[in-house]
Design a protein around this ligand. Structure first.
Ligand code: GLN
Length: 490
């Protein structure tokens, strides 16, 4: 059962090869066995999941099955789920039980999905390793060949990615502010797509940086990701930045092929000191696309070099404002004090971890009176130039191909001494968020130590279909089907 993709499991359910209850029971069993080591879930929902599975079996019997009927998923703990604790990976939200359902998760429930539990993540989605979660780090189900030291799954959606890679869920929701879908997908050997800003509603998703945050799926195959995104996406009047644009048939786009497409290679993404394997994989990806009928074109995105610097101004600025709401008064954890100011101080000092406090300090600084023009405003201007770079490139190409990450998964505890080293993980992913574009990471091969590496496909705004077509072509050529060691030995 664990060998089946989401789409194959859906077909098997429709063909009555097994029931939703049997499928859900199997996945709950995998969680029980593997989660103590992997820690991909903060909260598991065995009873609720089985009740949803029984309801799914009734719908299947009646022939009223929605597109995700009976499919067990993991939900990143950033999505508010009605009556189910939602922590955002933070101590400050440890007692928070939302009285409402996020639009994205409501869409999945409408289509018949089953929620196995809430997936671990970096605190408030700030991080690239899952080391900042208040609920313990997540362990990547992959290890280096002949070396059992635990590796990070990437972040911030590391729990979602590890759950899917280790076959503890058939798919998962995730969010991406600067790479948090694509980087963990790459580190765990699975597919992740961040859609165009506005494609999925942000309503009910705990906010990090509102102009960058976007929900998307992580899945085992490109087609699985297409099916999940088709359910998650759609206009929502409750989110003023939600786009009133019809959701196309993403799964159909996976079958389009790439013949005649022009694929751009941004020369600024070829970094000095990049591991030769990543460069080789990138060239391999271009060869695959060329063989499948695409034309490869060199392009330039000259403002790429400002991506990280501007992202780490804009994202903390917005985070410092969004996180002002956690004051210990209205909801979440409270640490009392002698007066109101001390209550605020104690609550926030106790409730937020070190990385979140660092972001709040940076954000407050760049928005403060003397520095607003020098930092925040300039970063916004450079952001406009980065978007212009992409817009100009898309006048001559249909999509771009780049590596997803500058390295494979690294060890737990590595890169923790210097935040800048950690931030460098996002070098290939943040420009996409700054420009609001859709981009996918697709597993394309293994490095010399046996760890997965991903390639990134970037598309025009609201042209996820081309991204799916190119991703599926790479998936077909790469034939990536390796299982992570932890799962293989389960
Ligand atoms: N790693 C990036 C950060 O720490 C991106 C996080 C994200 O996309 N949520 O901000």
């Amino acid at each position: 059962m664990f060998d089946l993709s989401l789409v194959a499991a859906r077909d098997a359910l429709a063909a009555k090869k097994f029931s939703a209850r049997e499928l859900t029971t199997a996945y709950l069993g995998a969680i029980e066995k593997l989660n103590p080591d992997i820690n991909a879930y903060i909260t598991t929902l065995p009873e609720a999941a089985l009740a949803q599975a029984d309801a799914a079996d009734i719908s299947l019997a009646k022939g009223e099955a929605g597109p995700l009927c009976g499919i067990p998923l993991a939900i990143k703990d950033l999505f508010c789920t009605k009556g189910v604790r939602t922590t955002a990976g933070s101590k400050i939200l440890s007692p928070f039980i939302p009285p409402y359902e996020s639009t994205v998760t409501a869409n999945l429930l409408r289509d018949g999905a089953i929620f196995l539990g809430k997936a671990n993540m970096d605190e408030f989605a700030m991080g690239s390793s899952n080391m900042t979660s208040a609920y313990g780090c997540v362990t990547n189900p992959w290890t280096r060949r002949g070396d059992n030291r635990p590796l990070v799954p990437g972040g911030s959606s590391g729990g979602s990615a590890a759950a899917v890679a280790a076959r503890m869920a058939l798919g998962a929701t995730a969010t991406d502010t600067g790479g948090s879908i694509r980087q963990p997908a790459a580190f765990c050997g699975i597919v992740g797509i961040k859609p165009t800003y506005g494609r999925c509603s942000r309503w009910g998703v705990v906010a990090f940086a509102s102009s960058l945050d976007q929900a998307g799926p992580v899945a085992r195959t490109v087609e699985d990701a297409a099916v999940l995104l088709g359910s998650m996406a759609g206009f929502d009047p409750k989110d003023s930045t939600s786009a009133d644009i019809a959701v196309p048939d993403f799964a159909a786009a996976c079958k389009r092929g790439v013949k005649g497409l022009r694929i751009g290679v941004p020369r600024e993404y070829r970094l000095d000191g990049m591991p030769p394997e990543i460069d080789a994989l990138w060239r391999q990806g271009l060869d695959w696309l060329r063989e499948a009928g695409a034309e490869i074109v060199d392009v330039s995105l000259p403002h790429t070099k400002y991506g990280l610097a501007t992202y780490y101004i804009v994202a903390p600025a917005e985070a410092s404002s969004n996180l002002a709401r956690y004051d210990g008064v209205r909801f979440g954890a409270r640490t009392p004090g002698r007066d109101l100011t001390e209550l605020y101080e104690n609550t926030r000092a106790d409730g937020f971890g070190a990385e979140v406090q660092r972001r709040i300090l940076i954000g407050t600084y760049v928005l403060s009176a003397g520095y607003y023009d020098a930092y925040y405003l300039r970063a916004q201007k450079v952001r406009a130039l980065m978007l212009r770079d992409f817009t100009e490139a898309f006048e001559t190409v249909d999509a771009l191909l780049t590596p997803a990450t500058p390295s494979a998964a690294f060890g737990q505890g590595e890169k923790m001494d210097d935040p800048i080293t950690m931030y460098l993980n996002d070098i290939f992913t943040v420009p996409v968020n700054m420009a609001g574009l859709p981009a996918m990471s697709v597993p394309a091969g293994l490095d010399a130590q046996g760890l997965p590496l991903g390639l990134q496909i970037i598309g025009r705004p609201f042209d996820e279909e081309t991204v799916f077509a190119v991703g599926a072509a790479i998936e077909r050529a790469a034939g990536f089907s390796t299982l992570p060691n932890l799962r293989a030995g389960a």
